[in-house]
Design a binder for this molecule. Structure first.
Ligand code: IPD
Ligand code: CA
Ligand code: CA
Length: 264
């Protein structure tokens, strides 16, 4: 039997080590280090080196697990366990020296997430949870907020940057939230957006065009903190389905009604 608590503590440590490497490179990044994977989709040697180090360390603590990792540095597939990794979430912030970026690591058992860690490097904030646990931020239990209306909520989103097919729907919902909430923030790291929902800094977050490594850990931490997560229709296809809403438990129904209305 795998002890998820012990494993999670080790993953936090691995993330902190990864964070030290990323931070040591931030002032060295040059324009010529930036490669483009797709429209507005950037990668540097820091993303790749970070992932290689994570894959190596995670292989040591759970040898049977495979990887679903953004930079594809491992093609190992696990029969039961797979790590879902974003070695640097917030690359655009990172290359511009804007201090909000993270490492995101989830462990999936068959199709279920059983452990998640989001480490926001600049604030040295490690958010984590494992199956059956509370959610934690640097050893302290965190919970989603109890604010019960969107009109009193601070919300977060990610702007569409490569798939503009639903831009009109997105802008209509955005307009609604602008007029009917405390405001919207775009931090630039979906994993951090989710971690901030988990600890009550944001009441809700939504984005489309997301990948599994952006959301697997953060969505799990939100749930363990008492929040709710779904795709735009209220279903469970939010890890591989490229769209997600995550909120505290009190505004979830109101938020879902709006996402259904504007993304129908
Ligand atoms: C991105 C960030 C961003 C979100 C994008 C992601 P990356 O990840 O999470 O906040 O809006 O959808 O792709 O490319 O920095 O790892
Ligand atoms: Ca990402
Ligand atoms: Ca990334």
């Amino acid at each position: 039997m795998i002890n998820y608590e012990e494993l999670c503590i080790k993953v936090c440590e691995i993330s902190r080590n990864g964070g030290r490497f990323i931070q040591s490179e931030v002032s060295k990044i040059r324009y010529t280090d930036i490669e483009t994977k797709g429209l507005n989709d950037f990668v540097t040697y820091v993303d790749k080196t970070s992932e290689q180090a994570l894959v190596k360390s995670l292989s040591e603590i759970l040898p049977e697990a495979g990887f679903i990792a953004e930079e594809n540095t491992s093609d190992k597939k696990g029969e039961i366990y797979n790590w879902i990794i974003d070695p640097l979430d917030g690359t655009t912030n990172f290359i511009h020296g804007l201090p909000c970026y993270s490492i995101s690591i989830a462990l999936m058992k068959n199709n279920k997430i059983v452990l998640g860690v989001v480490y926001e490097i600049n604030q040295d904030e490690c958010f984590y949870a494992w199956e059956g646990s509370n959610a934690f931020l640097n050893n302290q239990i965190v919970k989603v907020s109890s604010i019960s209306t969107i009109s009193s909520s601070l919300l977060a989103t990610g702007f569409p940057y490569y798939d503009y097919s639903k831009l009109d729907n997105y802008m209509d919902l955005f307009r609604h939230f602008l007029k009917n909430s405390h405001g919207l923030r775009r931090l630039g790291s979906a994993a951090v957006d989710l971690a901030y929902v988990a600890c009550g800094r944001f009441e809700g977050f939504y984005e489309y065009g997301l990948r599994p490594w952006d959301v697997a850990a953060g969505a799990f931490i939100v749930q363990q903190a008492g929040g709710k997560v779904s795709d735009f229709k209220g279903g469970n296809n939010y890890i591989f389905g490229k769209e997600l809403i995550a909120t505290n438990s009190s505004i979830f129904n109101e938020f879902l009604e709006l996402s259904q209305k504007y993304f129908k």
